[in-house]
Design a protein around this ligand. Sequence first.
Ligand SMILES: [Cu+2]
Length: 158
Amino acid sequence: MALSDSSTAAHHTVGDALGWTAAGTVDYAEWASSNHFQTGDELDFKYDPQFHNVMEVSSQDFKSCNSSSPILTFTTGHDSVELTSVGHHYYLCGIPGHCAAGQKVDIFVRSHNDSCGPSIDPPDHHSDSSSTPFVSFKPWRRTKLLDMLLLVGYAIFA
Ligand SMILES: [Cu+2]
């Protein structure tokens, strides 16, 4: 627990004292939701490398527990993964059956300057671009033109 590091970057030990496990003792979704992740933070995966590994995968592969095309793979047993970009980062254990048993975690990373609020997506503030002015022919122009023609006509034929 005692980290001499006094920088603002936080270290998050995935699963806390229980670490990275397929034993079903850690609800990683709950663990993730009780932590605040921001860019520059580090995830620490602690596990026995004989039995587990860590793979960063796409959201699709995360949902289906597909470990055949990982973005990154870690196998040391004590992996520090720096969170360098905002958004979701998906990790699972690539050992068959472990992801399905719950050894997977979805880490939502906020930007360093964001305050730690509830994880509600900000509402869109798009300006209404559908309010383009209604273009129509201007009736007064036409009547004025007709009036003028009529006047000219009167002038000639009267
Ligand atoms: Cu595993």
